[in-house]
Design a binder for this molecule. Structure first.
Ligand SMILES: C[S@@+](CC[C@H](N)C(=O)[O-])C[C@H]1O[C@@H](n2cnc3c(N)ncnc32)[C@H](O)[C@@H]1O
Length: 212
């Protein structure tokens, strides 16, 4: 069964700010400078939708945004956001069930993949990969383990909390970076936050050259 973030929608942002301060926001805002003007964007798992307002500060017009979020309560909050003159289509469904055309210049996945077990990650990744244009940018941010003991403690607590409350399937971090490598993405830019625990990375979709 898919994760159900409905139960946490009303306090999600406050809780994440309590634990991480502004780190989760900074990581996502860092990525937004890589959105070119007048582009077609896919956002998956945007939560309460505050990212729409941050995007609209940088790009008050010219963007066509498809916003896919599975939790109805998160979606309801997202729909109230100011999106300036950008055109936003809201899709309240699990992204793997949405028929996506290969039309996107930019994909944004903010703290989406940590919800998934390896198998789901592979499936969702492949689905999104097919929808990104060649040369398109994929802006991803998520947690990573860099060997510090407190990261494991914090991560384990988060998985337990969200498993009980939202029934997320993951209990450990899937190997996100390997998916980008496997699909021949080029890392364009990268920054870390909260003592390396959070990584925000910009990937570019390249032509996969097969060896002869
Ligand atoms: C950890 S929260 C992150 C929310 C937001 N990006 C933030 O940083 O505040 C993950 C979000 O992804 C959504 N989600 C999880 N699986 C999804 C799926 N398969 N398709 C679309 N949204 C999904 C959840 O409902 C939740 O709102």
């Amino acid at each position: 069964m898919a994760a159900n973030y409905n139960n946490s929608a009303w306090f999600y942002d406050r809780l994440s700010r309590l634990v991480y301060g502004k780190a989760l926001i900074k990581a996502q805002v860092y990525l937004l400078r890589y959105i070119p003007t007048d582009t077609n964007i896919l956002i998956v798992g945007g939560g309460t939708g505050w990212i729409l307002e941050e995007i609209s500060v940088i790009h008050p017009a010219g963007l066509t945004i498809t916003y896919v979020e599975v939790a109805p309560a998160m979606m309801a909050l997202s729909k109230k956001r100011q999106t300036a003159k950008n055109q936003v289509s809201f899709i309240n469904q699990a992204v793997e069930e949405v028929l996506l055309e290969p039309v996107y210049d930019v994909i944004i996945t903010p703290f989406l993949f940590d919800n998934f077990q390896e198998q789901t990650l592979e499936k969702v990744f492949e689905h999104l990969h097919q929808s990104l244009k060649l040369g398109g940018m994929w802006l991803n941010t998520d947690f990573q383990l860099t060997g510090k003991w407190w990261q494991r403690v914090l991560l384990r607590s988060m998985f337990l909390f969200f498993k009980i409350l939202c029934n997320i399937e993951a209990s450990s971090l899937p190997d996100i970076d390997s998916q980008y490598k496997k699909h021949h993405y080029q890392s364009v830019s990268k920054n870390t936050f909260y003592g390396d625990f959070i990584v925000a990375e910009v990937y570019k979709k390249e032509l996969a050259l097969t060896k002869i």
